[in-house]
Design a protein. Structure first.
Lengths: 535, 303
């Protein structure tokens, strides 16, 4: 095939571009852009002209992650000329006040260096709309403001609405967007809504939440953020599995003994008692991050990396997940008691401010799952997460079976463990392979050694933050890294029976802060003749 | 950082000294993803090594700096090894004297990392056909800089005749932000472009490349005009509805104007050499868009 056939002649593309100017959608214009060429890999994916409307600008997430990520995107040249940012909050503010908040957030939290000219470009497009969510007038004003921005900055009616507010406000905000007709753009323009976890607290509430958004926005316009999927290391799971021939042959029950997926935090619940109590570790972390990691590690290869194929494979494997029969033997939960964490005394969960004394919320959860398909039957997947554990780390460890026969004496291989492949998600992103090696100087003593690939070493410079990647994907309209509603519901189907069982079990077992969780979690592994990896 | 000098030495002595230094520091040669060979003279060595070391922060590399000294002197190889914390890889400065200056490949070849890509970079003057240079022939990617040649447009045209996939030019790399911004401007509907003009300081090496790329993609005649600089100062594209203009007078902040829409400001800073180099190292496959641009320069330059 010649290049000409591949990309169309420049003349044709120009003609197509002008045709699209009259009738087509934004995407068609971009596709027909004569200056873009799939072979031109230097040109980054840049978002098209648009406005991002941010609800909850005064919140933690907005100040620490979203606003800095927007600046970093601008600094990397990935935001279009005319890009505009509208803040919405119940403050009696003018544009400059919101610009000041953004400036401070950027100065404090941005990843890339501060550059005056980038800030100038960005600040030109910063606007503020004051109001309560229940105030019809405020949303009418917002609609007017957006129309004006389209005229003055050429944003073409393309709006993204980022709901960085507690989920209980989703219904009213979404309803307002519907009432003011902001949820549906004219032909050729797009409207998208971005929502943050939690996506409900069980299957039923997830349904209800979805009913609210899907009544107003089509599923293809809803972007659910699971920021883990924006991490480079998590995307690297797919590269590791599907770009290499080295691992696939052993990535199955024939060679894998079991898989451990861990997300450990060293912090407590901080000031988030109101959010956390009644939710707990499993709903907060396992339902989304850990089950998504499980899906990526266990799924079959997708036919391509577009959203449909990828989600189909993730759904298939989530559907195949099975709970063990006796949940009392295959799950464990705990909550941290007072103790010493990294050299500091810390209080226990029930002593944290705002936690009722009779709380039965867990801060540690471990579960064992099986996947009923040909590749994984009989291979347990152990998932665990907790707060106030020894240290902060997230990893996926694929632990292999022992060699079927060891032509060494028993003493020589006494301390030889299982081979393992560990994907370190954070911190210190990378991959470790553990295997046996001869100890020098001895006759034939074999012991475990590690071979390391550190992201920071082979591709140093800080890689983009997850939120940068995800925000850009929202503005471009690229959905593979966002979980579909079906995945959300399948995950709740896995977790709901466990939560129901736990609800009848009284308060969770305590573990000292700074340790690695309750004794029952170790006992759960011991019953299977296994141990948790020491992290 | 540990630095070590070897005078009147050989590649194998350098190699074993390197292994020794690494053991001493307890840092094995893990994670290095490529070998970057810098071919320069003593005068440009300092800046080139600085840029290469900084680019190596993103792409940990073994950096071999080949410095040509007096060709009339007796044959000799001097080496300076730098390993350690501030350098995320290894830097080896090689000074070549006498007849050895014509056999740099015999020193470079045994010092390449095994089974990883090799990139050659000429920060200053470069050979007529980079791919046929003894060291260039060892590399998958050969980076030259048309800015070092006068008149640069003639150098670019001759690149087209010598082109081998894997050749590239920092004068082209400097254009990525401009090209990206122009492409973004065309993400909105634009009528047929009738003609265009690229303005820059006299003999700006990137201006003819930008004009050629635009001409190639838009199928319209493009001209290059001189301005007071600094660097590139404007791109003007004429359509039936009016002009689309990107203008930049301070080398930092550009203004985008298009018919029927208010002007908008966009950051458009010139990038330091280290960033250009890092961009080059990010993708090591042949750049066909660059090839098309230099071929057009060669065609239009003749006529
Ligand atoms: N923080 C994180 O790291 C994190 C991680 C994952 C998911 N999330 C999710 O991200 C979202 C935002 O999190 P966050 O931590 O930023 O929450 P937050 O700090 O509690 O902020 C919530 C925002 O909502 C606004 N708000 C609350 N009630 C309002 C009302 N009645 N009218 C108008 N505005 C109101 C607040 O404005 P005021 O200042 O006026 O109260 C604030 O800007 C939530 O959905 C959360 O679950 C957060």
């Amino acid at each position: 095939m010649t290049d000409q056939e591949q990309v169309g002649t420049p003349e044709e593309s120009v003609a197509a571009a002008s045709a699209a100017a009259v009738t087509g959608t934004t995407e068609e214009v971009v596709a027909a852009n004569p200056l873009r060429d799939p072979r031109d890999k230097r040109l980054p994916r840049v978002a098209g002209p648009c406005v991002l409307v941010l609800f909850g600008v005064t919140g933690d997430l907005a100040r620490k992650k979203l606003l800095p990520a927007i600046y970093d995107l601008a600094n990397r040249g990935l935001l279009p000329p005319g890009f505009s940012l509208v803040g919405f909050a119940r403050r009696d503010w003018a544009d400059q006040d919101f610009a000041k908040l953004t400036y401070d957030a950027v100065k404090q939290h941005a990843r890339t260096p501060f550059r005056e000219e980038v800030w100038k470009q960005l600040s030109e497009g910063v606007f503020f709309c004051p109001g309560e969510f229940t105030d019809d007038g405020a949303f009418d004003a917002l609609a007017m403001m957006l129309k004006e921005i389209d005229e003055t900055r050429g944003t073409g009616g393309n709006y993204g609405f980022y709901l960085s507010v507690p989920p209980k406000f989703f219904p009213v905000v979404v309803e307002q967007l519907k009432r003011t007709d902001l949820a549906h753009g004219p032909a050729g323009a797009w409207r998208r809504v971005v929502i943050e976890k939690p996506f409900g607290h069980d299957l039923k509430s997830a349904h209800e939440l979805n009913a609210i958004t899907s009544a107003v926005f089509p599923e293809s316009s809803v972007f659910r953020i699971d920021h883990y999927l924006g991490k480079e290391t998590v995307q690297n799971v797919m590269a590791l599995r599907f770009a290499n021939n080295l691992f696939e042959p052993i990535w199955n029950r024939g060679y894998v003994d079991h898989v451990q997926i861990t997300m450990a935090e060293d912090i407590g619940i901080g000031g988030r008692a109101g959010y956390y109590d009644g939710i707990g570790a499993a709903r907060d972390v396992i339902q989304n991050h850990l089950l998504q990691l499980l899906a990526l590690v266990a799924m079959e290869d997708p036919t391509s990396f577009d959203a449909d194929s990828l989600r189909r494979e993730k759904e298939k494997v989530l559907k195949a997940v099975q709970l063990p029969h006796d949940l009392s033997l295959a799950t464990a939960r705990g909550r941290y008691a007072a103790g010493w964490q990294g050299g500091e005394p810390v209080v226990g969960y029930v002593e944290e401010e705002g936690i009722p004394a009779d709380s039965i919320t867990e801060t540690y959860a471990a579960i064992k799952l099986e996947i009923a398909n040909r590749r994984w039957a009989g291979v347990p997947f152990y998932l665990r997460t907790g707060k106030r554990l020894g240290r902060r780390t997230t990893e996926v460890a694929v632990v292999f079976q022992k060699a079927p026969h060891l032509p060494f004496s028993k003493d020589d291989t006494e301390i030889l463990g299982h081979n393992a492949l560990v994907i370190r998600v954070q911190p210190d992103e990378g991959i470790t392979v553990r295997f046996g090696s001869k100890v020098p100087g001895t006759a034939m003593e074999v012991r475990d050694v590690s071979m390391d690939f550190a992201y920071g070493e082979s591709f140093m410079e800080s890689s983009p933050e997850a939120y940068e990647r995800l925000l850009l994907d929202v503005l471009i309209g690229d959905p593979p890294l966002f979980p579909h509603q079906r995945e959300v519901e399948l995950s709740w189907k896995i977790l709901d029976p466990i939560e129901e069982f736990w609800a009848s079990q009284g308060p969770p077992e305590e573990y000292p802060a700074g340790s690695w969780g309750p004794a029952s979690a170790d006992a759960m592994m011991a019953r299977d003749g296994r141990v948790w990896r020491r992290l | 950082m540990t630095s070590f000098m070897l005078t009147d030495t050989t590649a194998s002595k350098i190699s074993s000294q390197l292994t020794h230094l690494r053991h001493q520091l307890g840092s094995p040669a893990v994670g290095m993803v490529l070998t970057l060979v810098v071919l320069c003279d003593e005068g440009s060595q300092y800046d080139a090594v600085r840029a290469a070391t900084e680019a190596a922060r993103e792409h940990p590399s073994r950096i071999l700096v080949v410095i040509t000294r007096g060709a009339d002197e007796p044959n000799r190889l001097d080496a300076e090894l730098r390993v350690g914390e501030s350098t995320p890889g290894e830097v080896i400065l090689l000074r070549l004297y006498g007849e050895l200056t014509r056999h740099a490949d015999s020193v470079v070849s045994p010092l390449l990392l095994t089974d990883t890509p090799v990139v050659a970079w000429w920060p200053g003057e470069s050979p007529e056909v980079p791919a046929e240079d003894p060291v260039g022939a060892l590399a998958q990617r050969r980076i030259v800089d048309a800015r070092a040649a006068t008149p640069s447009v003639r150098a670019i045209a001759s690149r087209a005749r010598a082109y081998v996939p894997g050749d590239t030019d920092l004068a082209w790399t400097r254009l990525t932000p401009w090209r990206s911004l122009l492409a973004a401007a065309f993400d909105q509907p634009v009528g047929k472009v009738k003609r265009g003009l690229v303005e820059g300081s006299p003999d700006h090496s990137s201006a003819p490349l930008l004009a050629a790329w635009l001409g190639e993609r838009l199928g319209a005649p493009m001209k290059v005009a001189e301005s007071g600089g600094p660097g590139l100062t404007a791109v003007r594209l004429t359509t039936a509805e009016g002009d689309i203009v990107i203008s930049r007078s301070d080398a930092r902040l550009a203004t985008l104007s298009r018919p029927g829409q208010p002007n908008r400001q966009v950051a458009l800073t010139r990038r330091p050499t280290a960033e250009l180099l890092a961009e080059e190292l990010r993708r090591l496959d042949p750049d066909e868009v660059y090839e098309a641009a230099i071929r057009r320069v060669a065609r239009t330059h003749k006529s």
